[in-house]
Design a protein. Structure first.
Length: 374
């Protein structure tokens, strides 16, 4: 999908209320060793535990692990023999190293080997989750100038809320594919763009869109205060590469038209990239305004904590002037130097917005004011 198609499609605000009732989630089949998997809570806070229970049809060797949303095993709950009957495993929100896991949604995986080598497995995100949902979102402007967005989720879901300009740039990622519980939610926003410099909602043709997909069944959303999941996941991944075994899995197939591509791509790779833009090597001040003339060099550099994820995919750099598409580079890399001839613009201030857009729907934004003095 071309960048222009993505920006046009991904940021369409849906005004009609559409509620998806999830049906047909696969259950235990005849002869299954594992059935009735259940998590006794959907949110795990610091100091709490969650109980994962299931029924085992026959005596079996069991491996039970907790996985992060990108398929990396963070905790081995059990590895050994279990007799037939009801089984319960307790998780305290910590990984194999004893560290409290980062805030995110986590899922249990159970593998069983019974008599005669019969095997069975339960992985929640291999059989459920990823269904696109489109809840109705209501927007209200508050007296202090901020905005409140309210919506109801019928099922635990991963949510993305963005603001931008119709047929123009993305300006703000308000909620960046965060896991949320079922029920009512209210999100507040100050109305400003990703840089905090510009009031998006005061711009012509500004709008807000929401996208969401269902989380797999029996997921547990951890709320521990450690909000840097990306850093946490990459640290665990590095341990895997250094010889510590952490089983990886593949996600549920996205062959169905109703399965979100963002779900199949995992969590960490869908986070919006953050980046800086310098003008002729100079970082704009707090106001984001810089005097320019002639041809200038815009250096676009992905932030260090995102660069590893950035390098795993393909991104496009889209340049907007005064909220109008100006140019794009289909094969972006970091740092990227873009040459801009300001003699093409009238003297005075012009809004420059650059979007970094990934092939799987990732999108980041950075804006500044160019005071043209030609």
């Amino acid at each position: 999908m071309m960048v222009k198609d993505f920006l046009k499609t991904a940021m369409v605000f849906t005004a009609a209320a559409v509620i998806l009732f999830l049906t047909g989630v696969p259950r235990a089949t005849a002869g299954a060793l594992i059935s009735g998997v259940h998590a006794d809570k959907g949110v795990l806070r610091a100091g709490e535990t969650v109980a994962f229970s299931f029924h085992l049809a026959l005596d079996a060797q069991i491996k039970a692990r907790v996985y992060d949303p990108d398929g990396l095993a963070v905790k081995l709950l059990f590895d050994g023999h279990k007799p037939a009957g009801n089984c319960v495993f307790i998780w305290d929100g910590r990984d194999d190293g004893g560290n409290i896991v980062a805030d995110e949604a986590y899922f249990i995986g159970i593998e069983a080997t019974g008599p005669g080598g019969k095997t069975d497995a339960y992985h929640a995100d291999a059989i459920s989750g990823g269904e696109r949902i489109d809840p109705f979102m209501e927007r209200k402007k508050k007296q202090d100038g901020t905005y409140a967005f309210s919506y109801l989720l019928q099922h635990p879901a991963r949510v993305c809320i963005r603001a931008g300009i119709h047929a123009g740039p993305l300006m703000k990622t308000i909620v960046d594919w965060k896991p949320q519980t079922a029920g009512p939610h209210v999100i507040t926003w100050d109305g400003k763009d990703d840089t905090g410099r510009f009031n998006v909602m005061s711009m012509k043709n500004a709008f807000v869109s929401m996208m969401a997909y269902a989380l797999p069944e029996n997921g547990v959303i951890v709320s521990s205060g450690n909000t840097d999941y990306r850093k946490y996941h990459l640290a665990l991944s590095a341990q895997t590469q250094n010889g510590i075994s952490r089983t990886r899995r593949l996600y549920r197939s996205s062959s169905s038209d109703n399965i979100s591509t963002e779900f199949s791509g995992g969590s960490i790779s869908n986070q919006s990239p953050t980046f800086t833009v310098t003008v002729d090597g100079v970082q704009p001040g707090d106001g984001g305004s810089v005097n320019v003339s002639g041809t200038i060099d815009l250096t676009i550099a992905i932030d260090e904590d995102y660069i590893e994820i950035f390098n795993q995919g393909r991104y496009e750099i889209v340049v907007f002037i005064d909220a109008q598409r100006f140019d794009e580079e289909e094969n972006g890399f970091s740092p990227y130097v873009y040459h801009l001839d300001t003699t093409r613009f009238s003297p005075g201030p012009h809004l420059l917005t650059i979007n970094e857009v990934g092939i799987d729907g990732q999108a980041g934004s950075c804006s500044l004011t160019l005071n043209v003095e030609n």
